[in-house]
Design a protein around this ligand. Structure first.
Ligand SMILES: *Cc1c(COP(=O)(O)O)cnc(C)c1O
Length: 382
């Protein structure tokens, strides 16, 4: 047994997928974004669950992640690599018809020459630079890639044309994102007039699906919403106020639980843990939990975190260590070693949402999730 467990709730996932589907047209493909070990949920566990919900299109960051998805995906599925392809994976990608973003000529040329040797076709999504200035073809390069594609039609299939927004989750970026949409539209027109008509035009991440529901084109690449979390607090407030509802339509999929390793009494006037960040102003009963920043429980939760033990909330005291942290349980006289400790998730009456980590520590929910230790076993709950 490991010293904590991550639970993946199947009905919450179904709830969220239904919610996402309610936001997009029937004709729009839902690509499930499972980069970052499926936002910490585990690629190996999530793919079968998603496929049961008829989600069969998966977007990953790297060829490494693509291989993980490939290992567990069944029947008809599509894998799309949005970012890095390691040189050693090029053959595997071509042999298995893995789709990928192309954002520079050198990658395209390299994959093309491999495809020619193998007498196979590569399936590409041309990424357009629209203003994020991360990856993507600048306008002045469009004609070059079009010529290269049109000269090698037997070896290159342009399946998609795509872009990514630089922060659709915040109104701060409204003007910039609007300009990106305009640029993307221009690119689509340009490619079409040069005989490149991709099946899948796509640009929307979770925030864009919420903010620009009429601009999804043929496919959406949705990550965070699937897992039951919002791209930002602002996007949540905006959504519920637009619909005039007060309940959260999403359900968090992930819970994280550990247990009490030790309990001890600390006399009044002593410092607790490393350094002097926590002073016991009274005699204090301290419980240790075998979880620390080494497992993704951020050090910035020092003296700030909360946990639930036996349906009561307790405070983290002192600094978070690599492998453990301490909880003040003075107010309880029933807690015992091995009692369950909820780090993220809910008990009968209480809830510790992942978003509370973010409020306290200035971390994104994306960041908290993707840093949770990959070795922690993930179990599926109904
Ligand atoms: C991560 C990512 C997404 C998904 O973002 P969410 O906000 O989690 O929906 C979509 N497209 C690209 C290119 C990404 O990197």
């Amino acid at each position: 047994m490991y010293n904590s467990v991550i639970q993946i709730n199947k009905s919450a996932l179904k709830n969220n997928i239904d919610f996402i589907k309610s936001l997009i047209d029937k004709s729009v493909t839902l690509s499930s974004v499972v980069k970052g070990n499926a936002y910490g949920h585990s690629i190996l566990k999530m793919i079968p669950l998603l496929q049961k919900l008829e989600v069969n299109h998966f977007s990953v960051y790297s060829s490494f992640e693509a291989k993980q998805v490939f290992k567990v995906a069944k029947n008809n599925f599509t894998i799309l690599i949005m970012g890095d392809i390691n040189n050693t994976d090029e053959d595997w990608i071509i042999d298995n018809a893995i789709e990928f973003f192309v954002f520079n000529i050198s990658r395209l040329n390299q994959m093309l020459s491999k495809a020619k040797q193998k007498k196979k076709t590569i399936i590409i999504h041309i990424e357009i630079e629209t203003g994020m200035n991360r990856t993507g073809f600048n306008e002045e390069d469009w004609i070059q890639i079009i010529q290269l594609v049109n000269a090698n039609k037997n070896f290159i299939k342009v399946k998609g044309l795509c872009t990514h927004f630089a922060g659709a989750e915040s109104l701060n970026n409204y003007v910039r994102v609007k300009q990106q949409q305009k640029k993307f539209k221009k690119a689509i027109k340009f490619f079409k007039t040069h005989e490149i008509v991709p099946q899948q035009i796509h640009c929307s991440c979770s925030a864009a699906v919420l903010a620009f529901p009429t601009k999804n084109y043929d496919m959406v690449r949705v990550g965070i919403l699937q897992y039951g979390l919002w791209p930002s607090r602002e996007s949540f407030i905006k959504y519920i106020s637009k619909l005039n509802i007060s309940t959260n339509p999403l359900k968090p999929v992930l819970s994280w639980k550990s247990y009490i390793m030790d309990i001890k009494r600390v006399p009044k006037g002593e410092f607790i843990g490393y350094g002097s960040s926590f002073l016991a102003e009274n005699e204090t009963v301290v419980a240790s939990v075998p979880i620390g920043y080494g497992y993704g429980y951020s050090r910035s939760l020092s003296n700030l975190g909360r946990v639930i033990i036996n349906n009561v909330r307790y405070s983290v005291i002192g600094t978070i260590n690599m492998n453990m942290f301490l909880v003040d349980i003075t107010s309880s006289n029933t807690i015992a070693i091995n009692d369950e400790v909820i780090l993220i998730g809910s008990s009968t009456d209480l809830d510790i949402p992942l978003s509370s980590f973010c409020n306290n520590t200035d971390q994104l929910n994306y960041e908290v999730l993707s840093r949770i230790d990959k070795d922690i076993p993930r179990t599926i709950t109904l």
